[in-house]
Design a protein around this ligand. Structure first.
Ligand code: GDP
Ligand code: MN
Length: 378
């Protein structure tokens, strides 16, 4: 789950990272009032969950409260990369001397969090990594030891930060690590961390990604979820407790068990097809859950064929079969469906499906071949 800039910066602030003074507004008039309070130049920033807002015109400076109102009304009418702007952050404007990148993410290969920093901040770090990877300093953090002081100093020296900033930089880096750890984040990023013309370090931008699987222990964060930035199908799936991820292919997959779902996607690929989604309906799914899952799969216009791959352990195959049939009564569809059922009550399940003229397969290979051919219209 992604947090907005203002949410991330509020968290950073709680941990002692300096941020500009400012507040959030949902109308141009509120933006004007905030600018009056702040007195002086302000920056009006669209709050949407995409990067590169600056380039898209979603971040503008204003010299007077009237100008802030004007700019805010323009930004609030914008859509950035398909997302509507519903809020703007009005911050005291900073006078920037230089921009630093500082972020933490998980390095799966190293099985550790990694802190990255660069003197080439401001632009997206992926760009820096592409054009001049040598400008990014990386340090792995042992999760049991946390970020050590010497590591923060190594980073500071690695990005040629002037020595008198090291102490504050170290405090910011340590605080960023704590926010990362305490919130079960998969990314905590300050880009840019600026040095102002009066020699202060300030986090101008903030970004956090929170591990969805940890949200149960962060109810306060879970409440911050912004549904605008998510695929409708994923929102719908969450309501039914389905693990669903939308992909770009044309073969819908309905599977029970995450491992089996991964295997199903692999075997579809192996036989030349392309999955439209990852879906784990979970153990013990009854017919209502199956119906919901099928509705979600069929709502995707790319889907040309559907593969059901169900291993009946806790889940009973006849229940799944009934679910498929009741869902199809509701969601009339001409799309070919291939069904592989094995395990508990598989025979009953197949009988139910055969009575409705549906194609069943006995092996996974057969199922994959059939569904790939069906998706190609063969
Ligand atoms: P992003 O484009 O979505 O990453 O949004 P940022 O918050 O990082 O802003 C993009 C750029 O706008 C920054 O790198 C700065 O160069 C500039 N910017 C943001 N806030 C200020 C500010 O208060 N003063 C000045 N002069 N520039 C700013
Ligand atoms: Mn930024």
């Amino acid at each position: 789950m992604k947090l907005h800039e203002y949410q991330s910066k509020q968290i950073f602030h709680k941990y002692g990272i300096p941020i500009p003074k400012g507040r959030i507004a949902s109308t141009a008039l509120e933006a004007k009032h905030i600018a009056e309070e702040l007195s002086g130049n302000v920056v009006v920033k669209s709050q949407v969950l995409v990067g590169g807002r600056g380039k898209a015109g979603g971040i503008r400076l204003a010299r007077t409260p009237e100008e802030a109102e004007e700019v805010a009304s323009q930004i609030l009418a914008m859509e950035i990369k398909g997302l509507p702007v519903r809020k703007v952050l009005v911050d005291e404007a900073a006078n920037i001397e230089s921009e630093i990148y500082l972020g933490i993410t998980n390095d799966r290969a190293a099985r550790k969090p990694v802190m990255m920093a660069s003197a080439a901040g401001g632009i997206e770090i992926e760009e820096v990594a592409r054009i001049s990877p040598e400008k990014i300093i990386k340090i792995h953090i042992d999760p049991l030891l946390g970020l050590r002081d010497y590591q923060a100093r190594d980073i500071a020296s690695g990005i040629d930060l002037s020595r008198h900033h090291w102490k504050v930089f170290g405090q910011i880096a340590t605080a960023l690590w704590k926010t990362y750890q305490d919130h079960d984040a998969t990314l905590a990023e300050i880009n840019p961390l600026v040095i102002t013309t009066n020699n202060k370090l300030v986090a101008l931008d903030g970004k956090m990604l929170i591990d969805d699987n940890a949200l149960f222990r962060h109810p306060d964060l879970a409440e911050m979820r912004d549904l605008d930035a998510e695929a409708d199908s994923e929102i719908e799936a969450r309501k039914y407790g389905l693990s669903f991820i939308k992909l770009d292919g044309n073969i819908g997959c309905m599977v029970n068990g995450a491992g089996l779902a991964m295997t199903t996607m692999d075997i579809i690929k192996l036989y030349g097809g392309s999955p439209a989604n990852f879906l784990d309906i979970g153990g013990g799914a009854g017919s209502d859950k199956v119906a919901a899952a099928l509705r979600i799969i069929l709502a995707d216009a790319n889907v040309q064929a559907v593969l059901f791959n169900v291993f009946g352990g806790i889940t009973r195959c006849d229940e799944v079969a009934k679910g498929i049939i009741s869902a199809l009564k509701e969601v009339k569809s001409e799309i070919p469906m291939i069904i592989r059922l094995v395990g508990t009550n598989a025979e009953e399940g197949r009988k139910i499906l055969a009575s409705q003229n549906m194609t069943t397969a006995r092996t996974l290979v057969e199922a994959a071949q059939l569904v790939v051919a069906a998706a190609k219209g063969v």
